[in-house]
Design a protein around this ligand. Sequence first.
Ligand SMILES: Nc1nc2c(c(=O)[nH]1)N[C@@H](CN(C=O)c1ccc(C(=O)N[C@@H](CCC(=O)O)C(=O)O)cc1)CN2
Ligand SMILES: [Mg+2]
Length: 300
Amino acid sequence: MSEASTEARIIDGKAFAASLRGRIGEQVAGLKTRHGLTPGLAVVLVGEDPASQVYVRSKGKQTLEAGMASFEHRLDASTSQETLLKLVAELNADPAVHGILVQLPLPKQIDAEAVINAIDPAKDVDGFHVINAGRLATGQKSLVPCTPLGCLLLLRDTLGSLSGLEAVVVGRSNIVGKPMAQLLLGDSCTVTIAHSRTKDLPAVCRRADILVAAVGRPEMIRGDWVKPGATVIDVGINRVPGEGDKTRLVGDVAYAEAARVAGAITPVPGGVGPMTIACLLANTLTAACRSAGLPEPELI
Ligand SMILES: Nc1nc2c(c(=O)[nH]1)N[C@@H](CN(C=O)c1ccc(C(=O)N[C@@H](CCC(=O)O)C(=O)O)cc1)CN2
Ligand SMILES: [Mg+2]
């Protein structure tokens, strides 16, 4: 007889993100009336990557909806690194801009690391600057990368305390995998970072009470890699061929298989993705409060 199983609880990132944005909007309204301060976010897009255009449009729209000021800078795909660095320097010096985000990926002629590290760390609302990465790694006050922060908020909401849980992060990028591991460590998880070269990856994943998939490979993580009852967070957003000439979005986890085994799981779309922009707004609000010497918002 097969083991009884129930379908996993679906973690609704879209709803959580909407409620977080609502709380951010309330805090922004209070800042404006009590302190005359309007948080401002500058987003820089270089080139015409279709997905990036969609994300940048959403960022601008949600920034305005939260009552913040939105400054959008669209540059030609052939823009030189020098021109981009000049714009970053202008935004660093602009007191109306509390957060700066340069949309990734950047065209080949531009060194993304040099551009990110040119942003004032206090305005680095992506949390990618080496100073913020170092502060996170050493447990100091920083701005935290939005996608891993969103994952952490969903995990805390789903599980309560994460203390002592076994967490496996699959993927070692500077943008997701490494900061995710740091955040889980900060919440007292026992953390493993696994990747494409990890020996017996399925067995490593099966140890996880918390499994975070951030590899960028469609449906790589199979149902039998998941420990029964585990919480699965899928960071992947992969566009694959669908019916006819349509495409569809899938994560890094084989969702239907994993949902039969997991205790809780994020869907794609509607899981981690919407949290990225909500946490960007949270970081912009935090940066604005810090710049004015005001107490940091309590959002969580
Ligand atoms: N400077 C940055 N560049 C990029 C980041 C980032 O955090 N900072 N992350 C990604 C793209 N990204 C935001 O920029 C992002 C990705 C996905 C979503 C989202 O809401 N996804 C939806 C599905 C959307 C779709 O249909 O394509 C979901 O998962 O439900 C928001 C933001 C790379 N670049
Ligand atoms: Mg189950």
